[in-house]
Every structure is written in structure tokens, then in C-alpha cells.
Design a protein around this ligand. Structure first.
Ligand code: SF4
Ligand code: SF4
Length: 244
């Protein structure tokens, strides 16, 4: 059992990492909806995140029943015991992760690693829905559709720096949260695709007068420019007769 201050602290990445570490089922217990002690209502975020995660599990071939979220108060001890027993029974029936789903361990691990890497991208795309607070709980059933999740994964972008346009201003490298951009003073910058978490920060940050970062969807990313061709030869400027 892992205690957190609020069920809203349970990140999509935490749940997926638990499965990636071999856990057969994840149960999230939050405070009753509309009974938040603060003003944050984090349990609504947890509910939305869990529904999204269930759809993602389904997308990669896992039974969404391996994840469950319930809301209860500290006075609901009996209910907690019942719900947890029920969930344990369900997971017992499903057996080890991937077995009943007919998935090979290696293939499953690969899929989970891929999805975990995409968590920042998924959270950006689904930001609005993750923060939504619907009055009618029935509406949550259709919050995420299978088609939407298909599209989410089909449209994963890649970012590429056009070596012809990059002016080595270093803004993108400074802002990249994953330290995925290699470069330096007077050096054409290059994105390490293995480290990139598809957050799109570099795309937004590159000054429009350079427009060097391209967003690529559904096409292969061009190979990085070789190291020896990354140096930018600046033209010398004349100022007051002196060459600088
Ligand atoms: S999209 Fe750009 S800023 Fe974001 S991780 Fe990838 S390289 Fe870094
Ligand atoms: S922000 Fe644009 S111009 Fe500046 S280093 Fe990055 S890609 Fe190059």
C-alpha cells in the first residue's frame, strides 16, 4: 500500500510503472467525491486519470479491470475491506499480468515502456479532460472513447531541428525538460529522439524568425546531421571599421 496526501497525486505514470514492474492489479482509493477537505477536488482528477489509464490498458491489450478506483471516507472501513477483497478476487481470476490476455512478457514490457515514455505527451493532449469535473457521474463513462485513444497513439509527434534553419540560439536546449537537445554555442542543435518525451516545448520556444523546429506526424524523422557538420560558420560583421 502506498499512501499519498491526495488521490489526485496518483499520476498516470505511477500506475503504468506499477504494471511495468510486474504488478497484476492497481487499486486507487480516494476520498468521497464532493467531500474534499480542501478546494482542490483532486479525487476528480484521479477519476479522470484512472478512466484514461483503463482505455490505455485496453489499447495495449491488457484487461482494464486490472485497474480500479473507488471513493470512500476513513469511516468506511467495512466497505474498504469488501471492495479490496472483491478486487483481489478479480485479480486472482485474471492471474499474472498479461497471462489471461495472451501477451508475451517481452512484448508487454515493450508496450508499457513505450507508453510510459509518452506520459507527458498524453497528459498535454488530454489536459482538459484530465481536469474536468462533471456533475453527472454517468457522463464519465463516455469521457474517453476507444477511437480517441487510437488517434492519440496514431498521432504521436516527433520533433526535428532543421539544420539549415537552426541558428544555435540555445533557447530550445535550455528549455527542454528531458535534456534531449544536444548543441552549444555556434553548434547546430540536434534532438536525441530516444530521450525526447514529445512535450513540444522546443517547437513553441524556437523563435519564429528561425522556425527551425518541425513537428512530424506519421513520417520518419530525418537522421541527425553528422557531428562534424554541426558548426555554424558566422559571417564576420563590420562595426566602426573593426571586424568582429
Ligand atoms: S519535444 Fe523538444 S523540448 Fe520536449 S522533450 Fe522533445 S526535444 Fe525536448
Ligand atoms: S531555438 Fe531554434 S534556432 Fe535556437 S537552437 Fe533551438 S532550434 Fe536552433
Amino acid at each position: 500500500m502506498i499512501r499519498v496526501m491526495c488521490s489526485g497525486r496518483v499520476d498516470l505514470g505511477f500506475v503504468l510503472r506499477a504494471f511495468s514492474n510486474g504488478v497484476d492489479g492497481v487499486f486507487i482509493a480516494g476520498c468521497r467525491l464532493n467531500e474534499c477537505n480542501y478546494t482542490t477536488q483532486g479525487n476528480y482528477y484521479a477519476l479522470s486519470m484512472a478512466l484514461l489509464c483503463k482505455k490505455i490498458l485496453e489499447h495495449i491489450g491488457l484487461d482494464p479491470g486490472r485497474l480500479r478506483i473507488e471513493f470512500m471516507s476513513s469511516a468506511d472501513g467495512i466497505r474498504f475491506a469488501q471492495v479490496v477483497s472483491d478486487f483481489s478476487k478479480k485479480i486472482g481470476e485474471l492471474g499474472p499480468l498479461g497471462d489471461k490476455e495472451g501477451m508475451q512478457k517481452e512484448g508487454l514490457q515493450e508496450k508499457l515502456s513505450e507508453v510510459i515514455k509518452l506520459v507527458p505527451y498524453i497528459k498535454i493532449v488530454e489536459k482538459e479532460k484530465l481536469g474536468v469535473r462533471l456533475a453527472n457521474l454517468d457522463e464519465y463513462k463516455s469521457l474517453y472513447t476507444s477511437d480517441e485513444i487510437e488517434k492519440l497513439f496514431a498521432e504521436v509527434p516527433s520533433y526535428y531541428i532543421d539544420p539549415e534553419k537552426c541558428q544555435a540560439c540555445m533557447i530550445c536546449a535550455r528549455r527542454c525538460p528531458a535534456e534531449a537537445i544536444e548543441g552549444g554555442k555556434n553548434k547546430i542543435h540536434v534532438i536525441d529522439q530516444d530521450k525526447c518525451i514529445k512535450c513540444g516545448t522546443c517547437f513553441e520556444a524556437c523563435p519564429s524568425r528561425f522556425g527551425a523546429v518541425t513537428k512530424i506526424i506519421g513520417e520518419p524523422v530525418p537522421p541527425p546531421i553528422p557531428e562534424e557538420r554541426r558548426v555554424i560558420a558566422r559571417k564576420a560583421k563590420r562595426q566602426g571599421g573593426a571586424t568582429v
